[in-house]
Design a protein around this ligand. Sequence first.
Ligand code: NAP
Length: 153
Amino acid sequence: MVFRVSPPTAEFLRETWETTGALVFGRRTFDLTHGWGGNHPLDVPVFVVSSSVPQEWVYEGSPFTFVTDGLQSAREQAQAVAGDKDVGVGAASIVQQCIRAGLLDEIHIDLVPVLLGGGVGLFDHLGTGPIDLERTRVIEGAGVTHLTFRVVK
Ligand SMILES: NC(=O)c1ccc[n+]([C@@H]2O[C@H](COP(=O)([O-])OP(=O)(O)OC[C@H]3O[C@@H](n4cnc5c(N)ncnc54)[C@H](OP(=O)(O)O)[C@@H]3O)[C@@H](O)[C@H]2O)c1
C-alpha cells in the first residue's frame, strides 16, 4: 500500500511502523474493514477481540488471531509477539476499555479539519473522573495534525 503524504507525516508514519509490533482491535472494526482487505497496512500481527471466531479468517499464516477470552488476554498475546515494540490499540470500545483499565500509555490523534456530526465517539464511556494527559508532540502535516499525549498515571 502506498501513502502519498507530506514529509512530516511520512516521517511520523515511518516511526510508527518501526515501533509498532502488534495491534489489538475490536471485532466491529475488523468486520467493517473486511480485515483491512486481508492484512493491516502496518503489516504486523493483529489480535481481534470478539465473542466468536469467524472460521473463514482462520488459515495457516493468517495475520489475525481472534481472542475470545477478553481484552487482557489479547493484550498479553499481542505484547508477547511485539516484544520490545509497542502494542497499538484501535477501535473505540477497545480504547475505552484500555483507558478505564489504566492500560494505555499514549494516545495518538490524527486530527483532520472536518466535523462529522455523528458516529461512534472515541472518548465516550470513560467514567466520571478527569483523565489527565500531557501533550508530548505536535506534528503539522498537510491537512492533518498528528497529536501525541502521554496518559498521566
Ligand atoms: N478513526 C480511526 O482511526 C478508527 C480506527 C478504528 C475504528 N474506527 C471506528 O470505530 C468504530 C468501531 O468501534 P466500536 O467501539 O463500535 O467497535 P469495536 O471496538 O471495533 O468492536 C466492538 C466489538 O468488539 C468485541 N469486543 C470488544 N470488547 C470485547 C471484550 N472485552 N470481550 C469480547 N469481545 C469484545 C465485541 O464484538 P462481538 O460481540 O461481535 O464479538 C464488540 O461488539 C467504527 O465506526 C470504526 O470505523 C475508527
